[in-house]
Write a protein that binds this ligand. Structure first.
Ligand code: ADP
Length: 177
């Protein structure tokens, strides 16, 4: 097969990632400033297995990735065992503590449960390469960026659905079988 033909079969990470144009935006956590109550509300209003952590809503610069399970367990433990942790406590993923008012409740530090180097591809990465990375590294999800800004997420299931679509459309596609 000519390289050119192979290229025609391949979609890009941006075609497979979520959210789609019509979907609600990516559910992200900011590295500092969200309260325990806000984090709980976000996690409970979705069913996602994980959440990217960004510097700020405006910058959308990726800092890390936290699993839903780890977030829920850590918050639950902290509420039960850590002195002063309440809904208004600030959740902190940064290394250093942000300045807080003297009368603010203690912050909840969660850097320890964050994956500091989640795998990323750019929006223009061909899907055959992305699939290869998933296979070789045994990824469950991968984040998609453009010029350092977080755009979306691709899970293993998203890839399986995409492969099924391709197989239906084009049973002879050599890329995914
Ligand atoms: P799975 O794909 O295995 O069901 P998830 O439950 O985490 O895994 O994701 C469900 C869908 O939501 C997938 O299509 C995925 O791309 C998307 N998704 C995952 N995490 C987020 C997130 N934090 N914000 C928005 N969409 C997400």
């Amino acid at each position: 097969l000519e390289p050119k033909e192979e290229f025609e079969h391949s979609s890009l990470a941006v075609d497979v990632m979520r959210p789609r144009r019509s979907d609600p935006s990516l559910a992200v956590l900011t590295q500092e400033g969200m309260s325990v109550g806000e984090v709980e509300a976000l996690v409970e209003s979705t069913h996602y297995s994980g959440f990217p952590v960004v510097v700020s809503e405006e910058s959308q610069r990726l800092v890390g990735f936290v699993l839903r399970r780890d977030l829920l367990i850590s918050i639950d433990n902290a509420r039960k065992r850590q002195e002063g942790i309440v809904s208004a406590s600030i959740v902190v993923f940064t290394e250093h503590m942000p300045a807080q008012a003297a009368d603010a409740p203690p912050a909840l530090r969660l850097r320890g449960i964050m994956d500091l180097s989640p795998f990323t591809v750019t929006d223009h990465t061909p899907m055959d390469i992305t699939v290869d990375i998933f296979r070789k590294l045994g990824l469950r999800q991968c984040l998609v960026t453009h010029n350092g800004r977080l755009l979306g997420i691709i899970t293993k299931k998203d890839i399986l659905k995409h492969m099924a679509q391709i197989a239906n459309r084009d049973p002879d596609s050599i890329l995914f079988n």
